[in-house]
Design a protein around this ligand. Structure first.
Ligand SMILES: Nc1nc2c(ncn2[C@@H]2O[C@H](COP(=O)(O)OP(=O)(O)OP(=O)(O)O)[C@@H](O)[C@H]2O)c(=O)[nH]1
Ligand SMILES: [Mg+2]
Length: 671
C-alpha cells in the first residue's frame, strides 16, 4: 500500500475530523448562549452526519481477465505480502465485490446468494436483511487466512436452464451472450450476487470504498451495477490489456458502462510486461507501449494523458518484495498520483462547500436570534432611560401603555397562525408531487405504455418519456418552492412593519443537486434501453426488477428534495414560534422591571445597569459568532494538500480569541 495515498487520505480524514469538531463546538457554544433551537440543532447534526458518512468510491471496471483484481491487490494490499483478492487467468471474480470499513460491524465477508435475484428485491434493500447474507468472519492481520476467505467470490454453481432464465443468465433471443450448457443441460452461474468485505484496512478506515466488478457478461446481467453501484462511484478505473489492445468487447464495456459517465475516468493499459521482447531493445518496446496507449486513447475518445501504461502483476510483486526498481518499472506510481490528484482535491472541495453552506446557515440562524434579542433590549433600555426623574403618575402611564402594546401584539398571533397554515398547505402540494404514490403511478404508466405491439421499441419510448416526466417533476417542485418563497417574502414584510417583528425568510434550498442525481439515475437506466441492450427487456421478470430498482433509486432523490423542503419550512415556522415567544418574554420582562422600579427607589438604575451589561454581552457574542464562523469557513476552504498539512502544524492557526469563544482554533481541536 502506498504511503502517499495513505498520508493524503489521512490528512483528508484529519481535516474532516477537525471540521466536525469545530462544528460541534460552534453548536455547543451557540446552544449555551441560547442561540440554537431545534432546527438549528438539526442543521448542525445534518452537516456532521454528512461529514461522518463521506466516502470516496473507486470502481474498477473491465472485460474479464484484464487485471482488475490484480491492480486492486497492488494498489491496496501489497503489504499483506500476498495476492489477497483472487486473480487468475480466465473468469475469476464472479460477483461485484465491495470493500469498505464500517466500525459498527465486525470484520467479515458477507455474501448474498444469487437466488435472491429471483425475488426481484434490490441489493440495496437486501442490505437491510442480514439474515439473507452468508457471513464469514475475517481474520484481521492474517493475510493468508484473508486470501483464503476471499476465494469465495470466485464460486460458481450449476443450475437448470429454467433457473438460469429466471435469474437472468439465459436469453433465448440473444444466444451469443449465453454461458455454455454442459452435457446434462446445466448452466454454470455465479454462486453469489454481491459480496461485501468489511475490513479495517488503513485506507478503507479512512473512507475509501473500492468496488471490484466481474467481467462483461456478469456486469450486464446485474442491472444494479449499472444503475446503482457505478453511478455512485466518484471515479472509475477502466482496464485494457496491452497484449490485446482495445477489443470489441472492451469497447462494448466502455460504451455501455463508462463512455459518457460524469465521474472521473482513468484508463489503464495493463500487462505492459507482456510486451517485453528479447529481440527488441528497451526504446523499441517503450515505443510499442506508447503506440498502444495512443491507439487506446483515440479509440475510446479520451485524452492521451488519461491512459496509464502499467503492469499490475509486476507492481504487486515488487511491492511485496520491496523492490523499488521493479515498482518504478511497473508504472503504478503514475496512476496512483493521478488518482490522488484527480480525486482528493475535488472531494475536498465538495466537503468544504457543504460545510461552508451549513455553517453560514447556522450563523444566519444565530444572528437572527441575537439581533432580535438586542433589538428588544435596546427598546427596553430606551424606555427605562426615558423614565429617569419621572413621577409616579408617569410610571402609571407607562404601565398602561405597556398593557396596550401587549394587547396589540397579541393581534398578530392569529395572522401568524394563518401564515403558517398557508405555508404547510403549499409545502404539502410540493411534497405530494414527490410522493411514493405519484412515483408508482408514473412507473405504472410507463409499464402500460411499454406494452405496445412493437414491444421493445415501445418500452424504449416509454422509458424515455418516464425520464422526461421525472425531470418535469423536479422542475415542478422547484417552481412550487419558488412560489412558496415569494409568498413568504410578500407576507413577512408587512408583519414585520406592523408588529415590530424581525422575521427573515432563509435562503430557499437549492435542489439542482438532486436534479443532477436524477440525471445520473437516468443516464444509468438509459443504458439499459439503449439499442445494444434492448433485448434484455424481453427477459422474464426483467421489467419488474428494473422498475423496482428504478423506484428505489428515484425514491432516494425525491426523498432528498422532500427533506430539504421540509427543513426549510420548519426553519420558517420555528422562527415564527421563536419570535412570538421572545416578544412575549420581553413584554413580561418589561412588566417586571416596571414593578421593580415602582417598589424600590434604586430599581430604575439597577434595571438600566442590568440591561446595559446584557447589551454589551450580546455585542461581544455577535462579534464572537462572526469570528468563529469565519474561522470555520476558512478551515473549510483550506483542504489539506501535502504542503499545507505540514505547514498547518508548523505555523499553527489564527490566535485564540477571548473567553466567549464558540469554536476552538484548529490546532487546539486537533490536540
Ligand atoms: N503478465 C501479467 N499478468 C497480469 C497482470 N495483471 C494481471 N495479470 C494476470 O491476469 C490474470 C487475470 O487477472 P485478474 O486480476 O483476475 O483479472 P480481472 O480483471 O479481475 O478478471 P475477472 O475477475 O475475471 O473479471 C491473472 O492471472 C493475473 O495474474 C500484468 O500486469 N501482467
Ligand atoms: Mg477479478
Amino acid at each position: 500500500m502506498s504511503t502517499t495515498l495513505l498520508t493524503r487520505l489521512d490528512s483528508l480524514a484529519h481535516w474532516r475530523r477537525l471540521l466536525d469538531r469545530s462544528i460541534e463546538q460552534l453548536a455547543a457554544g451557540m446552544e449555551s448562549n441560547g442561540l440554537l433551537d431545534a432546527p438549528g440543532r438539526a442543521l448542525a447534526a445534518a452537516v456532521r452526519q454528512r461529514l461522518a458518512s463521506d466516502r470516496l468510491v473507486v470502481a474498477f471496471v473491465a472485460e474479464f481477465s484484464r487485471g482488475k483484481s490484480e491492480l486492486i491487490n497492488a494498489l491496496f494490499f501489497a503489504d499483506t505480502g500476498r495476492r489477497v483478492l483472487p486473480a487468475t487467468p480466465g473468469r475469476t471474480t464472479m460477483c461485484p465485490v465491495e470493500l469498505a470499513w464500517d466500525a459498527q460491524q465486525p470484520p467479515a465477508l458477507a455474501l448474498l446468494p444469487i437466488a435472491t435475484r429471483a425475488g426481484g428485491q434490490t441489493v440495496l434493500a437486501l442490505r437491510e436483511q442480514p439474515a439473507l447474507w452468508h457471513e464469514v468472519p475475517l481474520p484481521v492481520g492474517d493475510g493468508a487466512a484473508l486470501a483464503e476467505a476471499l476465494q469465495a467470490v470466485t464460486r460458481v454453481q450449476k443450475v437448470t436452464l429454467a433457473e438460469a432464465r429466471a435469474l437472468g443468465f439465459w436469453s433465448d433471443e440473444h444466444p451469443a451472450d449465453n454461458p455454455p450448457l454442459d452435457a446434462q443441460d446445466m448452466v454454470e452461474v455465479p454462486a453469489w450476487r454481491h459480496a461485501l468485505i468489511n475490513y479495517p484496512h488503513p485506507l478503507l478506515k479512512r473512507g475509501l470504498v473500492v468496488l471490484d466488478t466481474p467481467g462483461l457478461n456478469a456486469i450486464g446481467a446485474e442491472p444494479e451495477l449499472t444503475l446503482s453501484l457505478l453511478p455512485s462511484a466518484h471515479a472509475a478505473v477502466f482496464l485494457l490489456a496491452a497484449d490485446t489492445g482495445v477489443t470489441r468487447t472492451d469497447l462494448a464495456v466502455w460504451r455501455e458502462h463508462l463512455g459518457d459517465r460524469g465521474c472521473e475516468r482513468f484508463v489503464v493499459l495493463n500487462k505492459i510486461d507482456t510486451l517485453a521482447d528479447p529481440l527488441l531493445d528497451a526504446a523499441a518496446v517503450a515505443a510499442q507501449v506508447q503506440r498502444q496507449c495512443d491507439d487506446a486513447a483515440a479509440t475510446l475518445g479520451i485524452d492521451g494523458s488519461r491512459v496509464f501504461p502499467i503492469s499490475a502483476r509486476q507492481a504487486l510483486t515488487a511491492r511485496m518484495h520491496g523492490d523499488a526498481d521493479g515498482e518504478a518499472a511497473s508504472g503504478l506510481q503514475r496512476l496512483e498520483d493521478a488518482l490522488l490528484n484527480g480525486l482528493l482535491p475535488q472531494r475536498s472541495q465538495v466537503i468544504g462547500r457543504m460545510v461552508e453552506d451549513g455553517v453560514l446557515a447556522l450563523q444566519q440562524h444565530g444572528q437572527a436570534r441575537l439581533a432580535e434579542r438586542m433589538r428588544q433590549q435596546a427598546d427596553q433600555l430606551a424606555e427605562l432611560r426615558s423614565l429617569r426623574g419621572k413621577s409616579a403618575a408617569r410610571l402609571q402611564l407607562m404601565g398602561r401603555r405597556l398593557e396596550g402594546e401587549a394587547a396589540e401584539f397579541e393581534l398578530c398571533a392569529p395572522k401568524l397562525s394563518a401564515l403558517r397554515a398557508v405555508l404547510l398547505r403549499q409545502q404539502q402540494t410540493v411534497l405530494d408531487s414527490l410522493s411514493s404514490d405519484r412515483l408508482r403511478d408514473l412507473l405504472r404508466e410507463m409499464r402500460e405504455g411499454s406494452r405496445g405491439t412493437l414491444f421493445k421499441l415501445g418500452a424504449a419510448k416509454a422509458f424515455a418519456r418516464l425520464g422526461d416526466q421525472l425531470q418535469a417533476t423536479v422542475v415542478q417542485a422547484e417552481r412550487g418552492l419558488d412560489e412558496l418563497d415569494q409568498m413568504l417574502r410578500a407576507s413577512v414584510q408587512p408583519l414585520n412593519t406592523e408588529y415590530g417583528l424581525n422575521l427573515e425568510v432563509p435562503m430557499r434550498p437549492a435542489i439542482d443537486g438532486h436534479g443532477h442525481d436524477l440525471d445520473r439515475v437516468r443516464e444509468g437506466y438509459s443504458r439499459y434501453v439503449g439499442i445494444t441492450q434492448i433485448w434484455r427487456l424481453a427477459q422474464p421478470d426483467f421489467i419488474d426488477r428494473f422498475c423496482r430498482l428504478l423506484h428505489s433509486r428515484v425514491r432516494v432523490v425525491f426523498d432528498g428534495i422532500s427533506h430539504d423542503v421540509e427543513q426549510w419550512v420548519q426553519l420558517v415556522s420555528h422562527q415564527i414560534d421563536t419570535q412570538l415567544r421572545d416578544r412575549r418574554q420581553a413584554l413580561a420582562q418589561r412588566r417586571e422591571s416596571l414593578t421593580r422600579i415602582r417598589q424600590a427607589e434604586d430599581g430604575l438604575e439597577r434595571s438600566i445597569a442590568g440591561l446595559e451589561s446584557l447589551e454589551t454581552q450580546c455585542e461581544r457574542l455577535a462579534g464572537q459568532l462572526a469570528t468563529d464562523v469565519d474561522r470555520l469557513r476558512h478551515l473549510a476552504t483550506m483542504p489539506p494538500s501535502a504542503a499545507s498539512a505540514a505547514s498547518a502544524t508548523a505555523t499553527g492557526v489564527p490566535p485564540r480569541p477571548g473567553h466567549l469563544q464558540l469554536v476552538q482554533p484548529a490546532a487546539t481541536a486537533a490536540a
